[in-house]
Design a protein around this ligand. Structure first.
Ligand code: HEM
Length: 507
């Protein structure tokens, strides 16, 4: 090196470092292939060699990970090694075993930290932290609390219906994809924070927050693979975020709104007395509910708010949207639903309560089938096997293995659901239908299952009832091809939105 000039010396050092890195990667890859505790599990060699396999499929090829998983299971069987330390399962029995009430397995960090909600009921990796948080908020989400606050949900249903009628009077069809999202967003924000973002008020349902949430979904796939990019983006001041990504400006605005509310309640908890109903901060800032544990920091409160908003808006909106689309393709089912609704709801201005609607068998079957057909949380819900190791569907899984299964594999299992690709509410009304219930896993199972199930159910009962009792609906050109989606943890729909004419009925 002594004969080299400075650029020459730098080049030698760089080449040396890169070579050392490549050799180290190759040695690790070979050891993953041949000496790793998962070496005996089937799967593509590239996936066993390096975690970049997944990055290549999701980011370079832009594929939906669920499509990749389907191909891999067809080729390699019910358990596939999809990363050096990761297994994915397709046998429905595995779902019950992984997401069992008896398991206290941690969530996997790379996936669950990609949302910037590490200190929330959803984002806490450990069972203990999440349970403590969920126990505090549980009274708000109990069935009783939801029944008491159903007037709030009904208020938003009425607003939605009013706008659909106005669109119809103007000779227009309505964008039900965004319309239903605006409804779920206004409901979750008013329910949790007593502050509605008033998305329903935006012309043609084009609410900046809804557009921004939709636009931001693919970014979470990038964040999952590159945590440095996530840190850089989340660390940006809001003005810079808006400048670099104008389509997510609505999201930044909402983050500021939630952040301002958190700061306000932390500084002045007395302000909560003015709230029209109990909201999450009443519970989270209650020393009694916290049972002597320290109260959450302002940052943790903010992350909780964001998690509830993301968890509650898209999921429920998508189930409503897909259920509506499939019903409209089956006139016989629409007639049957209308008939049931007419007898339970004879006078249009007197909508029945949730408790009455829940007794309607066909409406209930429609809701179950909508949950089954909708991808909900599409991603495999990754968990880490504890130090004891585990047995899943008879196979021994070594400690620290990342395991997961997407609920879509359960809902599309031919062994459980006859013709799973068909929307068929009837399947929930047969003599032996009770045996199907345990395979409806839209809200997941076990200790990390959904906290918002009662609220989501209330929204679905009130909306489906109102749409099909108050209107005659007709698709405006939307086809099944418009509803293709890519897994971005939640499904990201890429086609034309569900568009329908909503003609009000006389009575
Ligand atoms: C049809 C609507 C919904 C579906 C299909 C759904 C689905 C799910 C699923 C599959 C999980 C498990 C996620 C995981 O393991 O990482 C989950 C968790 C969660 N959901 Fe929902 N959800 C819905 C509505 C809601 C609503 C309305 C809320 C609002 C409060 C909500 C709040 C949560 C929270 C806080 C968690 C985290 C629980 C934990 O990690 O322990 N969800 N949801």
């Amino acid at each position: 090196m002594s004969g080299l000039d400075i650029p020459g010396k730098v080049a030698v050092v760089v080449i040396g470092l890169v070579s050392a890195w490549l050799i180290q990667r190759a040695v690790t890859g070979l050891s993953n292939l041949f000496c790793h505790p998962l070496a005996a599990f089937p799967g593509p060699k590239a996936a066993a060699f390096t975690a970049w396999y997944k990055t290549y499929q999701e980011l370079y090829l832009g594929r939906s990970w669920i499509d990749v998983l389907q191909e891999l299971h067809t080729k390699y069987g019910k358990i596939v090694r999809v990363g050096p330390n990761e297994l994915h399962f397709s046998d429905p029995a595995a779902y019950s075993e992984i997401y069992s009430n008896n398991n206290r397995w941690n969530k996997e960090a790379d996936l669950y930290h990609s949302f910037g909600e590490d200190r929330s009921s959803f984002g806490f990796l450990t069972y203990a932290e999440s349970k403590q948080r969920k126990d505090i908020m549980a009274p708000l989400f109990s069935r009783r609390a939801i029944c008491e606050l159903q007037g709030l949900v009904q208020g938003n249903v009425d607003r939605l219906c009013k706008i659909l009628a106005i669109n119809n009077a103007a000779g227009k069809s309505s964008d039900l994809f965004f319309g239903l999202r605006c409804f779920t967003m206004d409901t979750i924000t008013y329910f949790c924070f007593a502050k509605s973002v008033d998305a329903l008020a935006e012309p043609d349902f084009k609410a900046p927050i809804i557009e921004a949430m939709e636009a931001s979904l693919p970014a979470f796939v990038v964040f999952k693979h590159f945590s440095l990019i996530r840190k850089a983006v989340f660390g940006m001041p809001p003005w810079l975020s808006v400048l670099t990504s104008p389509q997510t400006a609505g999201l930044i605005h909402l983050q500021q709104l939630l952040g301002a509310q958190v700061n306000e309640v932390v500084k002045n908890p007395e302000a909560l007395k003015d709230s029209p109903h109990r909201i999450i901060y009443h519970e989270l800032l209650s020393t009694k509910a916290s049972k002597g544990e320290p109260l959450p920091s302002a940052g943790s409160l903010y992350e909780e708010a964001q998690a509830l908003m993301f968890g509650g808006a898209d999921t429920t909106g998508n189930a409503l949207m897909l259920g509506t689309f499939h019903l409209l393709g089956s006139p016989g089912y629409v007639d049957r639903l209308k008939e049931e609704l007419y007898s339970a709801w004879p006078v249009l201005d007197e909508p029945p309560k949730l408790e009455e609607l829940e007794k309607l068998p066909f409406l209930t079957a429609v809701i179950k089938e909508s949950l089954r057909i909708s991808p909900g949380v599409a991603s495999p819900l990754l968990r880490v096997v504890p130090a004891t190791g585990a047995t899943v569907t008879g196979a021994y899984i070594p400690p620290n293995t990342i395991v997961g299964m997407s609920g879509t594999f359960v809902h599309s299992s031919k062994a459980i659901f006859k013709n799973p690709e068909t929307f068929d509410p009837e399947r929930w009304l047969k003599k032996d239908s009770a045996s199907l219930e345990k395979w409806l896993v839209a809200f997941s199972k076990g200790p990390r299952m959904c906290m918002g199930q009662n609220l989501a159910n209330c929204e679905m009962y009130l909306v489906f009832a109102a749409l099909f009792r108050r209107f005659d609906l007709e698709l405006d050109g939307t086809s099944v091809d418009d509803l293709t989606w890519r897994e971005c943890f939640l499904p990201h729909f890429q086609g034309r939105h569900l568009q329908a004419f909503c003609r009000p009925v006389a009575n």
